[in-house]
Ligand binder design. Structure first.
Ligand SMILES: C[S@@+](CC[C@H](N)C(=O)[O-])C[C@H]1O[C@@H](n2cnc3c(N)ncnc32)[C@H](O)[C@@H]1O
Length: 226
């Protein structure tokens, strides 16, 4: 049984009005990529998802934004199934445009909160997870909304296989501090970083480009699930 019936999501789920083509992709393409049985409406008993139809190792990107990294990784690793979770509809619409342009097929989506997905994934099914530029929630009283807090990390750790890799990228020094503090007790060992040297297969995301324009620099960390 889930430990909570619902959870608060504090981020934005909608931005400016979508263009007709974006709406068309959300109505036509998104349902074909969406993992069923994740939301509480579809799966009130929180039954474990059957992921046996997904090919190859499963990798998860939490909060993929406009999908730059998700599409890039899917293209670079055609034998992997990349799963992306993102509740911001305008980001999902941008991602669908990129996916279509690149003709990439090995991506599945949960258009919602990653925590809901993690809760119903089979234990140990993920071989890699990416947390790229998570919402910083800069005010101290909002730090508990950050993804690197015990509840989301417990769900993530449960879904990751022993030895699986977790990558975290952030431009916020206090987020580095909290990541180093919170991630190891959730069952991970720090393997690399924090460093300003990106992974060899990294691609710059929209949020990273914005951070650099505004004078903030990237910090990359790699953890290994114990
Ligand atoms: C600062 S943006 C970064 C987007 C993208 N990763 C990038 O680097 O450009 C953080 C993103 O995480 C998403 N997000 C926040 N909480 C989330 C959650 N619980 N599950 C999934 N996505 C989440 C937000 O909607 C937002 O798009």
């Amino acid at each position: 049984m889930p430990d909570r019936q619902w959870r608060n999501f504090y981020g934005r789920t909608r931005g400016k009005t979508l263009r007709p083509l974006q709406r068309e992709r959300l109505e036509g393409l998104l349902p074909r990529l969406t993992l069923g049985g994740v939301t509480r409406e579809e799966n009130p008993g929180r039954e474990v998802l059957d992921v046996s139809a997904l090919d190859g190792p499963l990798w998860l990107e939490i909060g993929f934004g406009g999908g730059e990294h998700l599409v890039h990784m899917a293209k670079a690793y055609p034998d992997v199934t990349l799963i992306g979770a993102e509740p911001f509809v305008n980001g999902i619409a941008q991602f669908l445009g990129k996916l279509e342009a690149e003709g990439v097929g090995n991506v599945r989506v949960h258009p919602g909160d990653a925590r809901d997905l993690l809760e119903v994934l089979p234990a140990g099914c993920l071989d890699k997870a990416f947390l790229n530029y998570p919402d910083p929630w800069p005010k101290a009283r909002h730090h508990r909304r950050r993804f690197v807090t015990p509840e989301p990390l417990r769900l993530l750790a449960r879904a990751m296989a022993p030895g699986a890799e977790l990558r975290v990228a952030t431009d916020i020094e206090d987020y580095v501090r909290q990541t180093l503090e919170e991630v190891p007790p959730a069952g991970f060992a720090l393997e690399r970083g924090p460093t300003d040297e990106a992974w060899p297969d990294w691609t710059r995301t929209r949020y990273e480009a914005k951070a650099l324009r505004e004078g903030r620099s990237p910090h990359y960390m790699t953890f290994r699930r114990l």
